[in-house]
Design a protein around this ligand. Structure first.
Ligand code: AHG
Ligand code: MN
Ligand code: MN
Ligand code: MN
Length: 329
């Protein structure tokens, strides 16, 4: 790949997308429009989250998803909003969501793309006013245009992603994404209703001093992971764990660190979803110079066998993830 040009800060997302696309004369603009659709939906979620305490949208929805997790009202609202935006946009023929058992046929037979989404990540943090997020991956469909999507359109390896990103609804709302030419981060400007480029061509440090894991699972972890955690303590690294993957990932991306969700005695593949969570963040971290692994292989090279499959995750700064893997997690 050629060195990505370093864009100047302060441009709106719209302008950035337009200029980015202009570098690729053969691009039709569909991917650009798809990114705008996602950005649009995220602004609505931003609005809902910001007033969640004032209207009756906190708490449980009273249902469970296929993962056996209790769905929060905002999980459901975010799911509906993103699916609606992608259906209306027209570029996407099918969607897989953490909150839906099966893939969704959008009815856009001529949509070139499929999207995998975790509409709301960190849902246990909604009711306590702590950062949450959205994660998405974009793939080109395999089946012919003009036909409905089929399962094999969705079961693609992470290396096939044409774009991926996340939105962090934190102290400010940020959209961070890649189309395979570096990572760019945009901060939402409330009064303008626009995402503004704030961190162009983001690179993550090769090393860090933060480790992030739910250490309450310690007794259920492998000897290798336990040994690595003891190593982190010997090194006096800082333990940081929010419990929202997007927020934990984003902090470590900027500061340098490692996030782990290993296999546990109860969950042989850990907790996190390959298609809705891990692949997108793996694409981003690699584009930023970091590493993502399940402990044995690159996340992006895992051949998916089902849309809700889980995988252990070790992700972050290159040297830290490589060190963790050397402990045979
Ligand atoms: P989601 O809210 O989309 O279901 O994801 C929750 C995930 C992830 O955000 C976080 O890293 C992890 O669950 C935390 O799990 P533990 O509570 O087991 O630590
Ligand atoms: Mn969930
Ligand atoms: Mn999640
Ligand atoms: Mn979720």
């Amino acid at each position: 790949n050629t060195t990505p040009h370093v864009p100047s800060v302060g441009r709106t997302l719209d302008r950035f997308i337009k200029q980015d696309q202009a570098q690729f004369p053969n691009a039709t603009g569909d991917l650009s429009q798809l990114l705008r659709d996602i950005a649009w939906a995220s602004k609505i979620i931003h609005r809902e989250i910001n007033r969640a305490g004032l209207i009756d949208i906190t708490g449980s929805y009273g249902t469970h998803n296929i993962q056996g997790e209790e769905q929060q009202k905002l999980d459901v609202i975010a799911n509906v909003r993103f699916i609606r935006a992608l259906k209306n946009g027209g570029e996407v023929c099918g969607i897989i969501s953490e909150e839906d058992d099966d893939f969704i046929d959008t009815g856009n037979l001529n949509g070139k793309y499929i999207v995998a989404i975790d509409p709301l990540d960190g849902s246990s943090n909604i009711d306590v006013n702590v950062s949450i997020g959205t994660i998405f991956s974009i793939y080109r469909r395999k089946s012919p245009l003009g036909t409905p999507p089929v399962l094999e359109d969705f079961l693609q390896k992470g290396t096939e992603q044409v774009g991926a990103g996340y939105v962090l609804y934190g102290s400010s709302t940020m959209l961070v994404y890649t189309t395979g030419h570096g990572v760019n981060a945009f901060t939402y400007e409330n009064s303008l209703g626009e995402y503004i480029l704030s961190k162009p061509h983001l690179q993550t440090p090769d090393d860090g001093k933060i480790y992030s894991i739910n250490e309450g699972n310690y007794n259920d972890l492998s000897e290798g992971v336990k040994n690595y955690l003891n190593y982190c303590k010997e090194k006096k690294y800082s333990a940081r764990y929010i419990g929202s993957l997007v927020a934990d990932f984003h902090r470590n991306l900027l500061k340098g660190g490692i996030f782990m969700y290993p296999a546990t005695a109860k969950d042989k593949n850990g907790k996190l979803r390959l298609m809705h969570e891990c692949n997108a963040l793996a694409f981003i971290v690699e584009q930023a110079g970091g590493v993502a692994s399940d402990g044995k292989q690159r996340i992006l090279e895992i051949e998916p066998t089902s849309i809700h499959q889980r995988v252990p995750l070790y992700i972050g700064s290159k040297n830290m993830v490589e060190k963790a893997i050397a402990f045979n997690p």
